[in-house]
Write a protein that binds this ligand. Structure first.
Ligand SMILES: Nc1ncnc2c1ncn2[C@@H]1O[C@H](COP(=O)(O)OP(=O)(O)O)[C@@H](O)[C@H]1O
Ligand SMILES: Nc1ccn([C@@H]2O[C@H](COP(=O)(O)OP(=O)(O)O)[C@@H](O)[C@H]2O)c(=O)n1
Length: 207
């Protein structure tokens, strides 16, 4: 079974995707990490994230880079949404994600374009959302726990900027697949969100 979980920054999609992977005993891929690794490589090599050729050169990142905590920073998140808009960057990461999705037994993937581009054939598709303020509150708390001193207002502004870039780009924009179920986590605890996600997957499987 392939489960596609898409949604904007800090909507809770990663938390839900991990919990679904545990529940259904499936492997999980956080596809945002791939774009974050490209961004971190661009940053380290002092390349220009807005230049497609520079960003493509950074797609050949070291696998070990995926475990680097720097990938989780706000700055790398912003850079990730710049490099991810280049069609050739997306093309370079496409096959790896499609192979992961279509491995025997299935998989859970979370990102922006899983249900629309990576695995349009997914057995269950969730589109996870929450209000920008709720998402910024969650991300701010998460960043603070990792030692960041960024203000709430800056985190909210960055989330809005990333939403606009991710939804406005022409290559695989963040858009809900027509056959994806919506899960608004704004007023749900993590446990409630996970229970509802499992119920939505069961409903999709039964169709
Ligand atoms: N329903 C929820 N209620 C409260 N906090 C949540 C909820 N879902 C996720 N979180 C917290 O919000 C932060 C961002 O969640 P995450 O799943 O990483 O979002 P995303 O993958 O969409 O960026 C994490 O610290 C996570 O623990
Ligand atoms: N499938 C994906 C996943 C991430 N991304 C890009 O990578 C950035 C970082 O993604 P992420 O999932 O790690 O970000 P969060 O939602 O965790 O904040 C996003 O803002 C998108 O620009 C994408 O374009 N397609």
């Amino acid at each position: 079974m392939i489960i596609a979980v898409d949604g904007p920054a800090a909507s809770g999609k990663g938390t839900i995707a991990k919990a679904l992977a545990r529940h259904y005993k499936l492997p999980h891929l956080d596809t945002g990490l791939l774009y974050r690794a490209v961004a971190a490589t661009v940053h380290r090599l002092e390349l220009d994230p807005a230049r497609e050729a520079d960003a493509v050169a950074a797609c050949d990142f070291d696998e070990l880079a995926l475990a680097d905590p720097v990938l989780r920073t706000d700055e790398i998140g912003q850079l990730a949404s710049i490099v991810s808009a280049h069609p050739l960057v997306r093309a370079s990461l496409l096959r790896r994600q499609q192979r992961f999705a279509h491995q025997p037994g299935g998989a859970v993937l979370d990102g922006r374009d899983i249900g629309t581009v990576i695995a349009p054939d997914a057995n269950a598709k969730l589109f996870v959302k929450a209000t920008p303020t709720v998402r910024a509150r969650r991300r701010h708390a998460e960043l603070q726990a990792h030692g960041s001193t960024l203000s709430f207002d800056k985190v909210l502004a960055d989330i809005r900027a990333r939403d606009a870039r991710d939804s406005g780009r022409s290559a695989a924009p963040l858009v809900q697949a027509t056959d994806a179920a919506t899960l608004d986590t704004s007023f749900l605890s993590i446990d409630e969100a996970v229970s509802q996600a499992i119920a939505l997957v069961e409903a999709a499987r039964a169709r």
